[in-house]
Design a protein around this ligand. Structure first.
Ligand code: CA
Ligand code: CA
Ligand code: CA
Length: 471
């Protein structure tokens, strides 16, 4: 069939082109359709709408080699070339049929066109951008044998691809008509076309990851915060240096994979954004808090005395405290001391003080530079202490004029802490009592004592000589 067809094709095609009814491009398309459908060229031309049956008949009538017989057959059948072929598979069969129409000349035995078969890829195959595509074809020819190495490949988009039975090519993105063509030594050419699609590779969005700080982190006012992120892209590679950072409170923060800055107080939504070369943008968000600086209260402890200890009011008690502050350090020297009984009793890390007899709640108080005060308390018991003195004297027996003293009524004891001012008095209303014990004297002092006697009429003697006692 091919032999006959090709012979017919070239001649009918040329006739139609010469008549201006067909372009060479249309003829090429019709030949492609014919090969893919195994129909006759005339059928393909009519199916494609390039010519009508009338034009075809006229063209056939001009064929020199079998004009009359073909015309006769044509008139007898609607499917012209199926009838003309008669199902025969060789040139000679056609020639015989033609000769039945009265043509006695068998005609020249023409060179037959080569056969061509694209074996790979299959028509309609899809490939991705940049993918290497293997093209293979086989071609043989009755006269020339294997012509596979002569197959020439071309793309309607990319032009000539090369020559050979096997070819590898990377095609541009798009829908290609790939045509393989082989020409035999007689100049007969056979082509086959397939369509393949090369899909534009889709751009992928970049990826971004904030590595610091951890989302939800809190910072203090004024603290420098380091932000770090990585960004990469399938197409563009590492894009980390292009990361753009912003805060919903503070606006743009900077650009790059890592930087440090101080944020205003508040809850910040931090956005790191990367944009690839195709304009695809991806962001990651974290929330960080910046807190108002919180002053930490100072700490204080009373190191001496131990709470619950007992003292005498005569004791000098040493109070010691330790006070520290996160912000201010050791501020023990600022401790202020109070007694609930006596009020403020001193200030400093250590004080020495005597307290009145009572149960005292001692408060040590410290205030830091931010005005925050901390107190600590202990209770101590201060007991009163009393000096004692026992005073004894002899009873007088005579008045100063040596007359008998027979109405002695008692004694008066004058005493005090000042020898010149015995400001206290005890009256002993018993002339036979010659001793008195003092139990309520203040300790730590010197008391002075003198005694007088008085008679029943209240007349008092001179004072005895002064005696003293250290308590
Ligand atoms: Ca040939
Ligand atoms: Ca990309
Ligand atoms: Ca503080």
């Amino acid at each position: 069939m091919n032999i006959v067809e090709n012979k017919e094709n070239s001649r009918i095609g040329n006739v139609l082109i010469n008549k201006g009814w067909l372009s060479s491009e249309q003829l090429e398309q019709a030949l492609l359709l014919q090969r893919q459908t195994s129909q006759r060229l005339g059928e393909s031309l009519i199916q494609l709408g390039y010519i009508n049956q009338k034009q075809l008949r006229k063209a056939l009538n001009q064929q020199t080699w079998s004009r009359s017989s073909i015309a006769g057959v044509m008139l007898a059948a609607s499917q012209l070339f199926i009838s003309a072929c008669g199902g025969g598979g060789s040139d000679s069969t056609v020639t015989t049929q033609v000769s039945q129409g009265g043509q006695t000349n068998p005609g020249p035995v023409a060179n037959s066109a080569p056969n061509l078969d694209i074996t790979s890829p299959s028509s309609g195959a899809n490939f991705s951008d940049g993918q290497e595509i293997a093209f293979t074809a086989t071609a043989d020819d009755n006269e020339d044998g294997n012509l596979s190495q002569n197959v020439q490949w071309s793309s309607n988009l990319d032009g000539a691809l090369g020559t050979g039975a096997e070819l590898t090519a990377v095609l541009s993105a798009g829908s290609h008509t790939i045509t393989a063509t082989v020409t035999d030594s007689g100049g007969e050419e056979t082509s086959q076309s397939i369509s393949v699609s090369v899909n534009e590779a889709a751009n992928t969005v970049p990826q971004i990851s904030i590595t610091a700080p951890v989302g939800g982190s809190s910072f203090s006012d004024g603290q420098s915060i380091t932000f770090t992120a990585t960004a990469d892209d399938n197409e563009d590679g590492d894009l980390s240096t292009n990361i753009e950072w912003s805060s919903n409170l503070d606006g743009a923060l900077g650009t790059g994979s890592s930087f440090s800055t101080v944020l205003s107080v508040g809850s910040h939504t931090i956005t790191a954004t990367i944009t690839d070369s195709e304009g695809e943008e991806v962001s990651e968000i974290i929330i960080v808090s910046v807190n108002e600086t919180i002053n930490i209260a100072p700490e204080i402890s009373i190191t001496a005395p131990v709470g619950g200890n007992s003292f005498y009011d005569s004791d000098v008690i040493t109070f010691t405290a330790s006070a520290t502050d996160s912000e201010d350090g050791d501020i023990s020297q600022n401790v202020i001391w109070y007694s609930d009984i006596e009020g403020e009793i001193g200030n400093g890390a250590s004080i020495n003080v005597s307290l009145s007899a009572s149960t005292h709640t001692i408060t040590a108080e410290i205030t830091d530079s931010e005005g925050t005060t901390t107190q600590t308390q202990i209770d101590i018991l201060v007991s009163a202490t009393h000096g004692t003195a026992t005073l004894s004297w002899a009873a007088p027996t005579a008045y100063t004029d040596d007359s008998e003293l027979d109405d002695l009524a008692g004694y008066k004891i004058y005493y005090g802490e000042n020898a010149d001012d015995l400001d206290q008095l005890i009256t002993i209303e018993d002339p036979n009592n010659l001793t008195h014990v003092f139990e309520e004297l203040r300790t730590g002092t010197t008391y002075y004592f003198a005694v007088s006697a008085y008679n029943s009429t209240g007349v008092e003697s001179r004072l005895s000589e002064l005696v003293n006692k250290d308590t």
